[in-house]
Design a protein around this ligand. Sequence first.
Ligand code: C2E
Ligand code: MG
Ligand code: MG
Ligand code: MG
Length: 286
Amino acid sequence: QSKRNGRAQATLFENEMLTDLRYTRLIERELRAAIMLGELELVYQPVLRRDGSMAGCEALVRWRHSLRGMISPAEFIPVAERSVLIDLVGEWVLRQACRDMREFPEMYFSVNFSANQFKRDTVVAMVQSVLAETGIAPPRLVVEITESMAMSHSEDVRERLNALRSLGVKIALDDFGAGFSGFAYLQSFPVDAIKIDRAFVTKLGTSAASNVMVTALVSVAHAAGMHVVAEGVETAEQHRLGAEAGADLFQGYHLARPMGLAAVRERRASKERLAVDGPPVKTLAF
Ligand code: C2E
Ligand code: MG
Ligand code: MG
Ligand code: MG
């Protein structure tokens, strides 16, 4: 058997037997290149007030791969999180969002952070310097961290979240309710807002118990001085019931899909308003 055939066979074998680890390494290598090549992009999903106006938007990363097309963050963020790549991606996302959002000074914007980014003692300085470099007022930035991630590294995370808050940056607990850390946890965690997980929002209207559950979540959060975003609102009924339960802000396909910057611009200028009624809203800090 020639050397050449041997190699061809080995390659084929490897492709068929790709282990998770090898796949991870492959993605890592490609992702590193992607950052350099400018293959990462941001889309923004509007977050609406009760009156339908845009309070802000959430930056969501996409990877436009030259061969494989659009890759979802659900696929590559978990891989990035296993190495320092998450720091590169995280800093890129923050800087790009800050640059883009200079155009809309009246809106807040949120950026998702991996809890692994909070393992580095450089994270606070990184945020501070990107804000300074881009001229973004710290209170416009909301850092989103998932409830489950926040729980699993509570000491470091808590300390650095506090440091960010003392810069004036806001913190939101993402996917709240999905991790079941629950009410007690809210008391001890320094956050400005919770985003009620889509799993709860989806159940609105399906049983009296779900409506009661969301109403309870909202009132505990409000009592603790936090704002409440209902995320994953897919229907007019979920929108209405979410507002009835007291949520301050709304995000979901029913209201707006994630979109490019030009579409955000248009949406902001548009007079179209998806308004909804509910109990009186607190004055929103963002
Ligand atoms: P997330 O932060 O909870 O973001 C919400 C996800 O739900 C987004 O998916 C959004 O497109 C989707 N979504 C919004 N409204 C609806 C709806 O009404 N129905 C349904 N079914 N889905 C809706 P996406 O963009 O694929 O992001 C998935 C997750 O990836 C995000 O969940 C977030 O955890 C993570 N992610 C996205 N961008 C970044 C990033 O820049 N950094 C980090 N660390 N994570 C990110
Ligand atoms: Mg989020
Ligand atoms: Mg979420
Ligand atoms: Mg989510």
